[in-house]
Ligand binder design. Sequence first.
Ligand SMILES: [Zn+2]
Length: 320
Amino acid sequence: MALHLGDYRISLDSRESEANVNFVSHAHSDHTGGVSKSKKLIASDATRDLIEARYGVRAELSSLPDGVKLLNAGHVLGSKQLYADDSAHGYSLLYSGDYQMVESAAAERIELKQADVLILDSTYPYPWLHFGDREETVRAVQRYAAAKMEKGHVIFGAYAVGKSQEIISILNDAGIVPAVDARVAGVNDVYGRHGVHLEYSSIGSPEKEPVLVVESSKLGEFRSAVASRSGKRVFTAVASGWAKMFRFNTDVQFPLSDHADFQQALAYINACDPEVVLTCGGSARLFARNLRTLGYDARPIERLSRFSQSDLLVCSLTNR
Ligand SMILES: [Zn+2]
């Protein structure tokens, strides 16, 4: 889908041939389809820098069209929602991207704004799923690392962008300075340039490091390397919202998410007070159905690119 605003055609976290500028809400790979050397991006400076660090593409940023604002999404460093006041058609729109309502140790706090149409991420559509008290989870991470580093090595596996920095920050608050792999270090450098200071070292000999934070895909590799070279026990951990739903192949898992759970989503919708909610992503249908049972006018968009501007107008105008 491309939003039509004056002379602008803005794609939303996707690559659309009709768009002349692409909005990239944040630097996770499932949202960077619009990254291109030939097309300007609407994104934060931090997202542009994280994209360069992760994917080696230095994108050019566009100025914001009239009526468009970027609002913090609270998800990872630089993550933004896109707000558009479409004065030509008489409605306002907010596209959430990935977001969360609670404050993360390594992301800007979410900003809220009323909009007539809300396009909402549906990562966690389940009313029964609660991430619980974040402070308790943070303390559990700190206690686990402190206890196990006395007995051997602790290796956290996490997304290189966002979750790794949050774990490092949590460990730092407990006086622990972890060693990190090269990809995480490259992202940390961007976080540092944007005001998020983290204490860490780069991994030299992993068997000499009591606490490591590595990209999830490298966890098994580091576990094997440390186990084969060190006589001590190796403890592995992940921190993810999916820990509430799945069992990971690690010694421990912490339900630390950078997404909204269902209760957070309701708080977000209520704060935005839209006339219609359009759910997007893989669980769009289920999320819309669960919202409708609570009285919200919610409709799924399973793929943003299959959604047209006229649908927006219909959704918006039929609800007035
Ligand atoms: Zn994300």
